[in-house]
Design a protein around this ligand. Structure first.
Ligand code: NAP
Length: 295
């Protein structure tokens, strides 16, 4: 991506509107990745970040519809609450229980979850096959739901959820049991340690490794993983969490959350623009450059 790309657009009365709502929203890099893709594809849309507090969600959704927005993304804290204001949500968003993308068409609001598509798109980019492999997901929160749905949807052989809260992990496993082979445990249990030597892919979905947990990592003895294991941390700041640094030290293939964030954006833009496949790498490079500049 050439520097300056993002300043080249000229907006007119015909420009269509897109954006992201959340609170806080000033840190969002979605405007950078979306406007980079829109402008490189010469699509006449503008994408902006809009701060919307929890008690303003209904008014904001009505407003975006009244303003003829083509669609919008939804981030923390609205991904679950948005559902009650939509006319339809697709099956994957319904199973995941969260919507991050809305398309407004013929006066109706359609909800999707593209986080799982973003998570999965990373494997295509790095040419890693998910079919029938054994996977472990660390954490049992909102992002874990999208990750688990994505893995089962992609045809992995098994998913084991390991978390500090065994009850939460068990409930999550139960929610997805119709989709494939899924189990759960407390990550301090002996049974969990025994799963590690048969694990092909380990995914961290906890915040351990970022912000106030920057020096921390989940309590996993990564030396027990097979030598060809893949370690994926969905965190993207820092670029390499403690888990990824340790994993790299032992020779494992590692990946951070940049692909997931860029991929969810590309999948959302595909729905809004109807343009077919969007170049995820273009968005990921824009994201990476923005992260380096701390935009
Ligand atoms: P969430 O719903 O709050 O879930 C967080 C999970 O981590 C829960 O299982 C929670 O356990 C666990 N956890 C939190 N603090 C912990 C600690 N100190 N020790 C052990 N476990 C802890 O959050 P989320 O929305 O799933 O997001 C999780 C992470 O994913 C964040 O770092 C976020 O930045 C990242 N993320 C990345 C992308 C991307 O596009 N790359 C997208 C979404 C999220 P309890 O239930 O016991 O609290």
């Amino acid at each position: 991506m050439k520097e300056g790309n993002i300043l080249s657009a000229i907006y007119t009365g015909k420009t269509k509107n897109l954006g992201v709502i959340g609170y806080p929203i000033h840190h969002s890099l979605s405007p950078v990745i979306q406007n980079t893709a829109l402008q490189s594809m010469h699509l006449d849309y503008a994408y902006i970040a809009m701060p919307v507090r929890e008690n303003e969600l209904e008014a904001a959704v009505k407003g975006l519809k009244a303003l003829n927005f083509t669609g919008f993304n939804i981030t923390i804290p609205h991904k679950i609450n948005i559902i009650k204001y939509l006319d339809e949500i697709d099956q994957s968003a319904s199973l995941i229980g969260a919507v991050n993308t809305v398309l407004i068409k013929n006066d109706r609001l359609y909800g999707y979850n593209t986080d799982y598509e973003g998570f999965i798109s990373a494997f295509q980019s790095v040419k890693f096959t998910l079919k029938r492999i054994n996977t472990v997901v660390l954490g049992a929160g909102g992002a874990a739901r999208a990750v688990i749905y994505g893995l089962l949807h992609a045809g992995v052989g098994s998913v084991h959820i390991a978390a500090r809260n065994a009850e939460k992990a068990k409930k999550l496993a139960n929610d997805f049991k119709e989709l494939g082979n899924i189990s759960s445990s407390d990550w301090n249990e002996k049974m969990f340690q025994e799963i590690l030597p048969k694990t092909d892919l380990l995914v961290n979905t906890t915040p351990l490794g970022m912000d106030m947990y920057i020096d921390k990592m989940p309590p996993v003895d990564i030396t027990m993983l097979p030598s060809n294991a893949f370690v994926y941390d969905i965190i993207y700041t820092p670029e390499k969490t403690k888990l990824l640094v340790e994993a790299e030290k032992y020779g494992y293939t590692v990946l951070n959350g940049e692909y997931m964030l860029a991929g969810q954006g590309a999948a959302a833009l595909e729905k809004w623009s109807g343009c077919g496949k969007i170049d995820v790498d273009l968005m990921r490079i824009a994201l990476h450059e923005a992260l380096l500049k701390k935009l």
